[in-house]
Design a protein around this ligand. Structure first.
Ligand SMILES: Cc1cc2nc3c(=O)[nH]c(=O)nc-3n(C[C@H](O)[C@H](O)[C@H](O)COP(=O)(O)OP(=O)(O)OC[C@H]3O[C@@H](n4cnc5c(N)ncnc54)[C@H](O)[C@@H]3O)c2cc1C
Length: 410
């Protein structure tokens, strides 16, 4: 089978759906391919930062997300190994406000299907059940399409631009030779849903321990998402029995064991990882990457879905310019400008993520930071606002912020 489009988008998760929606609205002929059939699940803690609501609203997805019973999250609480607990709220006195004063949490089976429907509604064509296996190139190495496998036969798509929105182990990024898997941190995640977890509130929780961290969040309808992240080095072997690892880990932490005593796990424990991976640059002649395919570090700050949605929004005008260019140099310049825009938009957040990633790996550091932030609520609010994507990262990347962390954590 053969198809032709202005843009072929590989991957129909939040990055692919957002890219397709924005490009279709700009009048381009967009074809989206995904190996899965929707609704499909994705290993995720399922929390959406307050700023994600801005793009979801623009895409017209909010009414259905609310009808689906998404939970509202007012902020985040982080407990360090020494028991120090910081709590930050999205609605705070620091002078910054998100698009909404709360984050959302919703099962990815529901969210991703809603987003893909929005892309279809905007005019994008979608073919499910196609596993893309290669990027086609011309004699100059420029991407000119993709090849995929379907249940019965192959699909060749010719396109002016190939967008890799195919997640962490992006085939597009790997075929273009731009994906780098980080050596550190090497962590894996186990995710499952539970009912009857005690004392779950409208504040998302992170419990950092010496042997990993776990996130708990209400995802609506009385269901709690439980996402455990552990180092591969210490837990690799135990991954063979995921349920035993997750249940055993929860039972070994006194502050959690009690809350899970009457809880019931309602689905299989699913695993993914290691996750840290980047594409530098996130483009090559004839192709661009977005979402996890372009960059993902660690789930702790929980904004991958926002970055995926925002990445699509960011890419669309540059992609349109690329497609409408009549010469190759101008087409490449548009994607180079996309790369600069990505760095300007996400660069500060990438730094914050790396600092947090290093801090949670060293118990003495996270204990100190949590002690300081438990004493200075306004600093915790700022950090939670940065994680919520509406407080600029430079607010916590200042020497003054670190100095106060040192002083107040002592
Ligand atoms: C444990 C964990 C917890 C997380 N918690 C959060 C959180 O609470 N909040 C948050 O915002 N983010 C969280 N994230 C990150 C978030 O899940 C991702 O950043 C987000 O899903 C990225 O969206 P995406 O569209 O780039 O990729 P994906 O959602 O992974 O979508 C990629 C799509 O590409 C398709 N695909 C892949 N390969 C091919 C191929 N060869 N051919 C065709 N199709 C293909 C897949 O089927 C999939 O549908 C978490 C991640 C992990 C691992």
């Amino acid at each position: 089978m053969a198809e032709r489009a202005d843009v072929v988008v590989v991957g129909a998760g939040p990055a692919g759906a957002s890219t397709a929606w924005h490009l279709a609205r700009l009048g381009l002929d967009v074809l989206v391919l995904d190996r899965a059939r929707f609704p499909r699940d994705k290993v995720c803690a399922e929390y959406l930062s307050p700023e994600a609501s801005r793009i979801l609203t623009a895409m017209g997805a909010m009414p259905e997300i609310e009808r689906a019973g998404a939970a509202q999250l007012a902020g985040m609480r982080v407990r360090a190994p020494n028991g120090s607990t910081l709590e930050g709220r999205f609605a705070a006195q620091h002078g910054f406000r998100g698009f909404r004063d709360s984050g959302l949490a919703l099962r990815r089976t529901i969210l991703d299907a809603i987003l893909l429907d929005r892309a279809r509604e905007a005019g994008a064509r979608v073919i499910e059940g196609v596993r893309v296996t290669d990027v086609q190139r011309d004699d100059n190495g420029r991407a000119i399409g993709v090849t995929g496998l379907m249940q019965h036969g192959t699909l060749d798509v010719e396109a002016r631009l190939v967008v890799g929105a195919d997640g962490l182990r992006s085939i597009v990024g790997r075929r273009l030779g731009v994906t780098r898997t980080a050596r550190w941190p090497r962590r894996v995640a186990l995710v499952a849903h539970y009912r009857n977890v005690r004392d779950v509130t409208d504040v998302g929780e992170m419990h950092v321990e010496r042997d990993g961290y776990v996130g708990l969040a209400d995802v609506g309808h009385g269901v709690t998402n439980v996402a455990l992240v552990v180092p591969v080095a210490t837990h690799g072997a135990a991954l063979r029995d995921r349920a035993a690892l997750l249940d055993g880990w929860l039972a070994s932490k006194p502050q959690l064991a009690d809350r899970f005593r009457d809880a019931e796990r309602i689905d299989a424990v699913r695993a993914t990882g290691p996750f840290a991976s980047t594409a530098r640059p996130a483009w090559a002649p004839g192709a661009a990457l977005v979402g996890d395919a372009a960059d993902f570090f660690d789930p702790f700050t929980g904004e991958g879905v926002y970055a995926a949605l925002r990445g699509g929004e960011l890419l669309a005008p540059f992609a349109a310019e690329n497609v409408r260019s009549t010469d190759a140099r101008h087409a490449d310049a548009a994607l180079r400008a996309y790369e600069r825009a990505r760095r300007a938009t996400f660069g500060g957040k990438w730094q914050v993520e790396r600092i947090i990633g290093a801090t949670i790996a060293v118990p003495a550091l996270i204990n100190h930071a949590a002690r300081a932030l438990s004493r200075r609520r306004e600093m915790a609010d700022l950090l939670v606002g940065v994680a919520g994507d509406f407080v600029p990262a430079n607010q916590v990347l200042r020497a003054g912020y670190f100095a106060r962390l040192l002083v107040f954590g002592a």
